[in-house]
Design a protein around this ligand. Structure first.
Ligand code: PHE
Length: 381
């Protein structure tokens, strides 16, 4: 071989080595282990995003202080996924294709987590949603489980049952249901509540849908008032709850307003929601040491009590890192198997996954009382 030809061949070999090093999803490369956090930092529900990011980052900081995982530091890649399908899908593609992450914590909102799960499943990236409660996040339309997708929270059929039982237990037998037909979470939780409420002997005296763009709910609220329903079930996020609850007061609606985890926000309008009840994943009033230690560490870092979103983001991130450690390698195929078989003492309870990658956990019912959100009761599955 001539000297010149030799150097061209050598160059080509070096170039192809460099290319495969940066282009490959090969397990265990790089100096850090990257975890993407997809959180709705802007858009309709920004407190969800801030809490989720803060909870996840604290988990990563604690692991790094103890030496990281598999001898490497953990690097967070935070993206604003806006609680909306398109920005969430763009964020997922970006972190997988450009940042080469093998692991995603997120999204919060079911309607963003469901499309992200399709990408993660297809690309072999492990996704754990801290708080998306719609069943379709972890299961395919044919009912099979998505191998790479997990969640750290209970699901809406349980949450709906909890609130139906709670309402009936309060002696309330008539309910009016309001729901956003374009939101997977709201729609699914409304259906779950209706089914359980009727099965338990209650009557649904009215049902009306609206869209996420609506701001004037007076026509529906007039019907709610006329129906004399004892419960107005409103399983939406805090931004919509604030509008509806304030207008309900103006319209003379006397029904007790009830909802789900989507009410959990430092921006919930407590005056408007006074007297309301909602199901949630955790209460900062829980006296267990694991909870009170967590509340202290979070308060020391961020100067506020952790809500359910922060707590579940912390739990979800810890679950993921514990599974990486158990797998013994930075390989999503091995980590998903480790996660499926993991038992973990999380803040929100001891977590093991069922066949559909859902943890079996209790729910709490919170009450808006005297301008504060207080613990009302805990309901086991
Ligand atoms: N469960 C909601 C969803 O699936 C998200 C959420 C969880 C919001 C917890 C607030 C608190 O869309």
């Amino acid at each position: 071989m001539s000297k010149r030809l030799f150097s061209i061949v050598a160059l080509l070999v070096i170039a192809s080595m460099a290319l495969s090093a940066c282009g490959a999803p090969a397990a265990g490369g790089g100096d850090t282990i990257k975890i993407a956090v997809l959180a709705p930092l802007s858009g309709p529900v920004p407190t969800f995003g801030v809490s989720t990011r803060d909870g996840a980052l604290l988990a990563i900081e604690e692991w790094n202080a103890k030496g990281g995982v598999l001898g490497k530091q953990i690097e967070a890649v935070v993206e604003d996924s806006q609680c909306t399908a398109d920005p969430a899908v763009n964020a997922a593609n970006k972190v997988i294709d450009q940042d080469k992450v093998h692991y995603i914590v997120g999204e919060v909102c079911s309607k963003a987590s469901i499309p992200v799960s399709e990408i993660a499943e297809q690309k072999g990236v492990v996704q754990i949603s801290p708080t998306s409660t719609n069943p379709s996040v972890t299961i395919n339309p044919d009912g099979s489980t998505k191998g790479y997708i997990f969640r750290a929270c209970f699901i809406d059929p349980f949450q709906g049952l909890v609130m139906a039982k709670f309402a009936l237990g309060q002696g309330k037998t008539t309910a009016f249901i309001m729901f956003d037909q374009g939101n997977d979470y709201v729609l699914g939780l409304a259906e779950a509540f209706e089914e359980a409420f009727v099965a338990g002997g209650g009557t649904v005296v009215g049902k009306e849908s609206y869209t996420a763009q609506d701001t004037d709910f007076s026509a529906i609220l007039t019907k709610v008032a006329d129906s004399q329903a004892e419960v107005l079930f409103l399983p939406d996020y805090y931004n919509i709850v604030n509008l509806v609850a304030a207008q309900a007061k103006e319209r003379g609606v006397t029904a007790a307003i009830m909802g789900g985890d989507g009410w959990d926000s430092s921006d919930l309008d407590l005056a408007a929601a006074e007297g309301g009840f909602f199901s949630n994943h955790y209460s900062a009033e829980d006296t267990r040491a694991v909870v009170q230690d967590w509340v202290k560490r979070y308060e020391a870092k961020y100067g506020a009590k952790p809500d359910a979103l922060a707590t579940l983001a912390y739990d979800a991130t810890n679950l993921l890192i514990a599974a990486i450690e158990k797998a013994g390698k930075d390989d999503p195929a091995a980590v998903k198997d480790a996660l499926a078989a993991l038992q973990y003492e999380a803040v929100s309870g001891t977590i093991t996954f069922d066949a559909q990658h859902n943890p079996i956990k209790s729910a709490v019912v919170m009450q808006v009382k005297d301008g504060k959100v207080v613990f009302a009761e805990s309901i086991a599955p």
